[in-house]
Design a binder for this molecule. Structure first.
Ligand SMILES: [Zn+2]
Length: 177
């Protein structure tokens, strides 16, 4: 686990079933725990987090910031404080959207019956994440083939905020260091 998620710091995007952590994603890598290695719902849940961290601009910025904090050994205290504050703000504001996409995608990528069984085992918060997406998507798209594409499209749209554009506009006049 990255040190960024150590004691007293941010919690990684962890998924639980019946009170047990079954998978997590820390921005750099997904982890499936023993006991859930053969569970396709957990696999697809973490795969959705992976897709958001690697294929969207906001997810990529957060992953890069976490990587910089934990792996690049930033020694400038002020820079580390600023980068950490930005990463924390991005995580706090995007956790709900991350989990909505991952939970819905994980359930919809499996057949109806195992999906319903998995949904019933999830904590209330994760059932709320699922419901948030299903109430918007399911009335309009009846096949899971389309539903998973819609949630990925919505995820890509949601994680393409003006944040990156503002950042590059603010810094476009500066020459690279
Ligand atoms: Zn998750």
């Amino acid at each position: 686990m990255n040190s960024y998620f150590g004691t007293g710091r941010l919690k990684p995007l962890a998924s639980t079933a019946q009170g047990v952590v079954v998978g997590k994603h820390d921005g750099s890598r997904a982890t499936l725990y023993v006991g859930s290695l053969d569970d396709p719902v957990v696999f697809y849940h973490e795969a959705a987090h992976e897709a958001l961290f690697t294929t969207t601009i906001d997810g990529s910025i957060l992953a890069v910031l976490w990587h910089a904090i934990d792996r690049l050994g930033i020694t400038d205290a002020r820079l580390l404080k600023d980068v950490s504050a930005t990463a924390r703000a991005l995580m706090v504001s995007s956790r709900f959207a991350h989990e909505v996409v991952a939970t819905y995608y994980g359930i919809k990528m499996v057949d109806d019956k195992p999906g319903a069984l998995a949904l019933a085992k999830l904590p209330r918060s994760y059932r709320t994440y699922f419901k948030t997406a299903s109430e918007v998507i399911d009335p309009w798209f009846k096949s899971s083939f389309l539903q998973v594409r819609v949630i990925l499209a919505l995820g890509n749209f949601t994680f393409r905020s003006p944040f990156a554009r503002r950042f590059f506009q603010d810094h476009s006049s500066r020459s690279p260091d």
